[in-house]
Unconditional design. Structure first.
Lengths: 293, 382
């Protein structure tokens, strides 16, 4: 038996992991979520804003990390729309612009059609220059942004009136997949102007341990990976979700992506734990046998 | 037959059989994309705002936008009215609804919305599905399908970056500063007509040309000058930022009370005050424990990385505690990484099962029946 497990083809493990992820997706398994402190802090930061307050949504991710960050981007935009905040979208990643457009099409235009482009939301698009862009726009936005993402002159957009730098924003929300991302926003914006710029973020799992040291002074709230997205999504839906006559949540699937993707996470993590335990049992058993010889 | 060949044969047969089964059992097909074709009329209305530049800026708005500003669009000349055809993604469910009796497609009036099957987007879905499967075949072993997917990905990425770099960096950040009127006429109609030539930007243009010199057969050393400039600028920028954001700020964040007192709450959740009106505070065990852990963790990890003293005795034991903290941190980072990778796998499976095979439908895009009832027929049980 021990020999069998020791020489097990790794492709069986891949198959098991594939099934552990695929079956919960096919059965659409969902598990209850309990929001943690950090997700609650992010929610509270947005919740305490008033109607008409200005929010910069920096979408620094691409389709490669959409699985983790897409649901939190959706929840952020939904929350801002529900609160009737003025949304300024921008991206430091080239494909971030497409992620912004996707959010505008799927959420703002689809479910909040009363919001008017240029008055309630604006897409400033992608700007090359990584952290250099942040460094410039904290003091002077017009140097880099002469037009919006669609080529429209910035000074012809009503909601850009009086926005000469991003310190005019009441909150900065960053969805980050790596460099440049939340770390650079903390380093180049928050640290430079701690009184003027307040930042919350959502990041991939790989980045999360690197960002925890900034909590809570430089970063009041952080959504870490798909777990953070699911928790925040629940908070948003608990407050703003549509309910049927019986008070049961009746929401569109696009607003439940985070919670839905926690199903495969749970099963895959259980499998991972079992594999680690099994691997250790095999290792120690073998060691003991060698010792007996 | 070798073991590896047998695995490949099984993977291919099982994959083809499942696809064939799905094809046979899906009466409405799968992997199809639909679009909504509409006509949009836009109106060019003059702005009523006074801008600092006094620049006359007209805005293109739709009917709702014009109505919002109480502008009568019937007074506009024909040149200020534009009609364009737009195509946007729609769903199979919407298409079926439009095709039904009294649906949108029964309206044959010119300019009415139409829901259509999109061949190009359907090919896109199938191409993406096969590319996903080709990449996943690497788990079985390196193979030509994986190589094809990898090569396409690299080629597309390189091409995309070149185009993005040209249109988002060179054109707006360099050429538009030096020759604003030419760029406005050619590529960026939204640029201000009051823009002036900023000749200072000739310096980055020259530096950029010097950087490309390394591709020339002679004079490669010329590229070292702009490279030195880039390195110098970034070193200065990063050094200052790191010192402020990480070094000093982290030291400040590490100076925290080990005995934490928090405001006491009454039964109704309000903060308690004493007779003098001061907030009543009490010892918080968990907050204190967290702070103690934080401080001990920082100090012991620092000791571990302090190599000027041999790690023996008290220093050695402290460093050992530091290792434990580091190991727990690495474990947490590994856990997060696993979570991230599983999420990536999950979204690819979701794409295959939802957009391509139509086995699930969490967003209610292509099912007319309840989504869960689709899985059983796939296995021939429904």
């Amino acid at each position: 038996m021990l020999e069998f497990f020791k020489t097990l083809d790794r492709r069986w493990i891949f198959l098991l992991m594939g099934l552990a992820v695929a079956i919960p997706i096919l059965t659409e398994a969902k598990f209850p979520e309990t929001p943690g402190d950090l997700s609650q802090a992010v929610f509270n930061e947005i919740e305490k804003l008033n109607e008409g307050d200005k929010v910069l949504l920096a979408f620094d991710f691409d389709p490669g990390s959409e699985g983790e960050l897409g649901p939190m981007a959706t929840a952020f935009v939904r929350h801002c729309c529900e609160k009737k905040l003025k949304m300024y979208f921008m991206a430091l990643w080239p494909v971030g612009e497409q992620m912004i457009q996707q959010s505008i099409d799927n959420i703002v235009k689809a479910d909040f059609s009363k919001l008017v482009y240029g008055e309630d939301y604006v897409n400033l698009g992608f700007k090359a220059g990584n952290e250099g862009v942040i460094k410039v726009i904290i003091t002077d936005l017009a140097v880099l942004y002469t037009t919006d993402s669609y080529g429209k002159a910035i000074n012809s957009i009503p909601m850009m009136d009086g926005i000469d730098n991003i310190r005019k924003m009441d909150l900065v929300i960053n969805v980050s997949a790596g460099y440049p991302g939340t770390k650079e926003w903390v380093q180049y914006a928050v640290t430079r102007y701690p009184q003027d710029i307040r930042l919350v973020g959502g990041c991939t799992g790989v980045q999360a341990p690197l960002l925890y040291p900034y909590i809570p002074e430089q970063l009041p709230g952080l959504l870490a990976a798909i777990k953070g997205a699911a928790e925040y999504e629940k908070l948003v839906l608990d407050k703003y979700g549509h309910r049927d006559a019986d008070g049961k949540l009746d929401e569109k699937g696009k607003y439940l992506e985070g919670q839905r993707r926690m199903g495969p996470q749970l099963v895959a993590h259980v499998l991972m734990v079992l594999l680690i335990v099994a691997g250790n049992i095999i290792y120690f058993t073998e060691k003991r046998r060698e010792g007996q010889r | 037959m070798k073991n590896n060949s047998m695995v490949w044969l099984i993977v291919m047969i099982v994959g083809a059989a499942l696809l064939g089964l799905r094809w046979t059992l899906a009466s409405h097909g799968f992997g199809k994309a639909y679009v909504k074709v509409s006509q949009e009329t836009r109106y060019r209305i003059p702005s009523t705002k006074d801008y600092p530049t006094d620049e006359p800026i007209d805005r293109w708005v739709n009917k709702a936008g014009a109505d919002k500003q109480n502008f009568d669009v019937t007074t506009l000349p024909p040149a200020s009215v534009q009609t364009r055809v737009t195509t946007e993604d729609t769903t199979y469910a919407e298409y079926v609804k439009a095709e039904g009796q009294g649906g949108a497609n029964s309206n044959t009036a010119p300019g009415a919305d139409r829901y259509e099957f999109s061949l190009s987007r359907t090919v896109g879905i199938w191409f993406a599905a096969f590319m996903t499967l080709f990449v996943m075949t690497f788990l079985v072993g390196d193979n030509p399908m994986y190589k094809v997917a990898e090569s396409i990905f690299i080629g597309v990425s390189a091409g995309y970056w070149m185009v993005v770099g040209f249109w988002t960096t060179l054109v707006p950040n360099l050429f538009a500063k030096i020759w604003p009127s030419i760029i406005r006429d050619w590529a960026m109609p939204g640029l201000s007509s009051y823009g002036t030539h900023e000749w200072l930007y000739l310096i980055p243009l020259i530096l950029g040309i010097m950087l490309l010199w390394r591709l020339a057969p002679k004079g490669g050393w010329i590229s070292r000058w702009p490279m030195a400039f880039i390195i110098g600028v970034f070193c200065g920028l990063r050094l200052i930022t790191f010192l402020a954001a990480d070094f000093v700020s982290q030291i400040r964040s590490g100076i925290i009370p080990l005995w934490v007192k928090v405001p006491q709450l009454a039964a109704d959740g309000t903060v308690l005050h004493d007779a003098a009106g001061n907030v009543v505070t009490g010892f918080s065990f968990w907050d204190s424990l967290r702070n103690v852990f934080l401080v001990v963790g920082v100090l012991t990890c620092l000791v571990y990385f302090f190599f000027s003293i041999e790690h023996k005795g008290v220093v050695g034991k402290t460093a050992r505690v530091g290792i434990w903290f580091l190991m727990i941190t690495f474990g947490a980072a590994f856990g997060y990484t696993v979570m991230g990778r599983i999420a990536l796998l999950a979204i690819r499976f979701e794409f295959l099962f939802d957009d391509w095979l139509w086995l699930i439908d969490p967003k209610m895009h292509h099912t007319i029946v309840a989504p869960t009832s689709m899985i059983l027929p796939f296995f021939g049980l429904g």
